[in-house]
Design a binder for this molecule. Sequence first.
Ligand code: VG1
Ligand code: CO
Length: 543
Amino acid sequence: MPMQTVRTHPIDGQKPGTSGLRKKTAVFKRPHYLENYVQSIFDGIGGVEGKTLVVGGDGRFFNDDAIQIILNMAAANDAAKCIVGQRGILSTPAVSHLIRLRRADGGLILSASHNPGGPNADFGLKYNGPNGGPATEAVTDKIFKRTTKIEIYKITASCGVDIDNLGTRNHEGMEVEVVDPVEDYAALMETIFDFDKIRALFASGFSMRFDAMHAVTGPYAHAILERKLGAAKGTVMNGTPSPDFGGGHPDPNPIWAKELMDVMYGAGAPDFGAASDGDGDRNMVVGRGAYVTPSDSLAVLCAKAHLAPGYKDGLAGVARSMPTSRAVDRVAASLGIDCFETPTGWKFFGNLLDAGKVTLCGEESAGTGSDHVREKDGLWAVLLWLNILAETKQSVADLMADLWKAHGRCYYSRHDYEDVDSDKANAMIEALRAKLPSLAGTAIAGLTVETADEFAYDDPVDGSHSAGQGLRIAFEGGARAVFRLSGTGTEGATIRIYLEQLETAADKLHMQPEEALGSVLDAALTVSDLSAKTGRVEPDVIT
Ligand code: VG1
Ligand code: CO
């Protein structure tokens, strides 16, 4: 079938955010919208002629059609080969692994992650580079520039290639290899963790619930937890991916994973609970009646990773995104290893991982990962927890209590104000930014400001500079408030306020987070004047 060169025009707003381009599905389905962006990716990375790409997504509505369009465009742009997950399914960490394993030149991930899916919900597309990680800012800038100049895209007129059956086929002169989405990923997990130990743990009666939230990790969790590790049938709940994620938000936090939370806090709760998001890169961990904040989870994993075979020699260093609590810093200091602070988004960990400066990284938004891939990895985190539980024979609650006793507790919470009028949200941030230089030493709602600044990052590996990465105010007594605007939303602006309070007193380690964070919340609302500036009184989501 002939290759077509289609004339097009730049489309506004194709600027990749924290993690690729995310828009309403209906926007992605507009004429030329996806095609323009895909061609801009290809052009932005210097063309795909002769290259091999990994392509897959989280199975959300429009996944199938979008993959066919991408394959037709890759063929027309003379790519040598595309490696595609069967039925278009690949989790984000599985794509990252496949790129590395097969030494591919990059990959395209179709997902809007934890955002809901469906004809009236969200869709997204992200490019990952040859190291398996999200494109760096330098690359996403090039892609964005192309979207503003694009005049043509190339596509074959083919009506489709079979991606339902495994095997290799020719598609318009390009090779398409359809692979099992789970197999290589599961094999990688077996090289990192002590599967025998975890199997023995389950055999001893240890019980677990894993909520796949109707999203991509269902097949991975069934294969690894139930089939390979012998967890009881029914351990995996909501394990069949659906195009609209069962109508829910595939976001693993106590609000959206309420079904799991109810099980874990109810009568006869299992020993361990976990959940993952739309594309399988996030994780939530909860013990029997004991929710673990992602920041604390990162700290525990840092303290105990050496118990898993893959990390038996210890960690080179760790990294966390700026808004993530400083719990992991305290563990890293006690281990005598470096702890790096990066801007929000996994793309900033790539250089540190590639350079061998860090082994583990994490974000407060339920992302944890290591140098085994270049993405955050939900099931990997769950398996590391299981490996640690199998070795220590402690409960989740006891592990947390030990962490807090040894290092103090960083009480932590994030308040999200969603779909705020963009002008108002920007004005609020602007006003606060203007105030920052004069805040040090002043008292706000009873707390004294120690330092106040706007976070900027100088990458220690390639020297690149990233400015405007969040406003942060540290108060005397170990409290901190951070403000930033989300870069993953598709409607209006989302204001995120991150609150933290360190407690080291032995009698203050088991308070309710709301209580421990009361003063810093007051101070944050006062200094930002959020209610007056946005008209909002309560956050939409508290995690
Ligand atoms: C959010 C999180 C960030 C995460 C990003 C992508 O970004 O805060 O930590 O890396 O989502 O995760 P933002 O800009 O909305 O705060 V995922 O699982 O949505 O790809
Ligand atoms: Co995700």
